[in-house]
Design a protein around this ligand. Structure first.
Ligand SMILES: [Mg+2]
Length: 419
């Protein structure tokens, strides 16, 4: 019987900040969305002060009870690197790891030797020791059960971060007291449908006739039920080949009207996407761009998304050229723009052709890109870049409370004082 695990970082973004700031231990910490908009991650202490997900910062920070809160702009360079560290700790300990989101990873725990409970406890401890991320681990015979177990581990302090749902009798006990809303793959609409037939708990759902579920919720719902009954339908997938797109999309720090600035932003997003592409040894054969206004500002709504097939490439200069050409076609001077992005699809492994047929030009291009990436990895992202991506870049999102990028920038590394 297979055993799947799900490990999930607790208040992940906040935990990444805490990893480098011991003074934040047991303090309420909140991480804000892009542009310092609203709360997107909260520690337990911040939750207990009544800070909610999505609370706008400019209101929340004025509330007297929020006085002790330490606020941070989101620092994605730090979080992505901490996620990578977590992944590496796990990869060294289990046969297969499938990242599900930045802080959640499915684990293959099948045929791990020794006591499974102890193994999971050790894994959790290793992630804490080596990556400084507190986590919860749930496991069971299917991915859906592992995900449910993880949620229980998070919600019930007495489980001490670990929940084993491999035993059907223990599962049945939890199913009877767990709401159907907590099941992975059951959306809000589905919950409504199920509640209208009297289903409230996971136990109610599992005991329904599969035929009825198939009629009510199609094959997708039937699969969730089978998984909850312990029949594994979802395998651990090979992530390296499943990457379907690379996107670089951001809200501007202020509304933009000038083409020269918008052009810079598109060039910058294309360059970022190109970097991600090369880091995964891929090329893209389709590029699309999007731009939009913000109707919540009272501006007229304008949103356009346009794409085109391109010669497969991972060269920053090609991608900037395509992105800015496409963007120019959808940009209309009359509007104030709020957000833009570049999306690369039709991804394929970086072309061997250029080595075989060795066009001089493409060799030089590859060498230039490799050199640029190497310098940026060593000295920090953006140290060397194309001039078309802008000099001042004051259109970049606001991040007034940004911490150092402790793990990806040499100049921002943690300092240890001795005297
Ligand atoms: Mg989490």
């Amino acid at each position: 019987m297979p055993v799947f695990g799900l490990i999930d970082g607790n208040s992940f973004y906040c935990s990444c900040q805490r990893a480098f700031e011991p003074r934040l231990k047991r303090k309420p910490v909140v991480v804000l969305s892009n542009n310092d908009g609203c709360a997107i991650a909260r520690t337990r202490e911040a939750k207990s002060l009544g800070i909610k997900m999505g609370d706008p910062w400019h209101f929340a920070r004025k509330r007297p009870e929020a006085r002790p809160v330490v606020w941070y702009s989101s620092n994605y360079a730090l979080y992505a690197d901490m996620s990578r560290r977590m992944y590496e700790v796990l990869q060294a300990r289990v046969p297969a790891v499938e990242p599900y989101s930045i802080d959640e990873m499915f684990l293959d725990l099948t045929s791990l030797p020794g006591d499974l409970y102890q193994r999971c406890k050790d894994i959790r401890e290793a992630v804490w020791q080596e990556a400084k991320i507190p986590t919860c681990v749930g496991w069971g015979p299917t991915k859906t059960i592992a995900k449910l177990a993880n949620g229980l581990a998070k919600d019930h302090a007495r489980l001490e971060g670990l929940c084993d749902l491999t035993d059907p009798r223990i599962r049945a006990e939890w199913y009877a007291v767990t709401s159907i809303e907590d099941v992975w793959g059951i959306g809000r609409q589905t919950v409504k449908k199920l509640q209208s037939t009297g289903v409230e708990t996971v136990a109610d759902f599992v005991s329904l006739d599969p035929k009825l579920i198939r009629n009510l919720l199609t094959i997708v719902g039937a699969r969730v039920q089978a998984e909850l009954r312990g029949q594994s339908c979802l395998a651990l997938s090979d992530v390296s080949s499943s990457r379907k797109s690379i996107a670089s999309t951001r809200t501007f720090g202020r509304l933009l009207t000038e083409w020269s600035e918008i052009r810079e932003a598109f060039a910058h997003y294309a360059a970022r996407a190109a970097e991600k592409l090369r880091a995964e040894h891929l090329e893209s054969a389709h590029l699309s761009v999007l731009i939009q206004t913000n109707p919540h500002n009272g501006d007229p709504w304008y949103a356009k998304h346009v794409g085109a097939a391109i010669e497969p490439t991972s060269d920053t200069r090609d991608l900037i050229r395509h992105a800015t050409q496409l963007a120019e076609a959808i940009w209309i001077p009359a509007y104030r723009y709020f957000k833009a992005g570049v999306i690369l699809t039709d991804l394929r492994p970086a072309c061997r052709q250029s080595q075989l047929f060795a066009l001089r030009e493409s060799k030089v291009s590859a060498a230039a890109m490799t050199a640029m990436d190497a310098i940026n990895i060593r000295f920090g992202s953006g140290v060397i870049r194309l001039s078309s991506t802008g000099r001042n870049r004051d259109w970049q999102p606001r991040a007034s409370l940004l911490s150092d990028r402790y793990t990806t920038r040499l100049s921002e590394i943690v300092r240890v004082q001795s005297w």
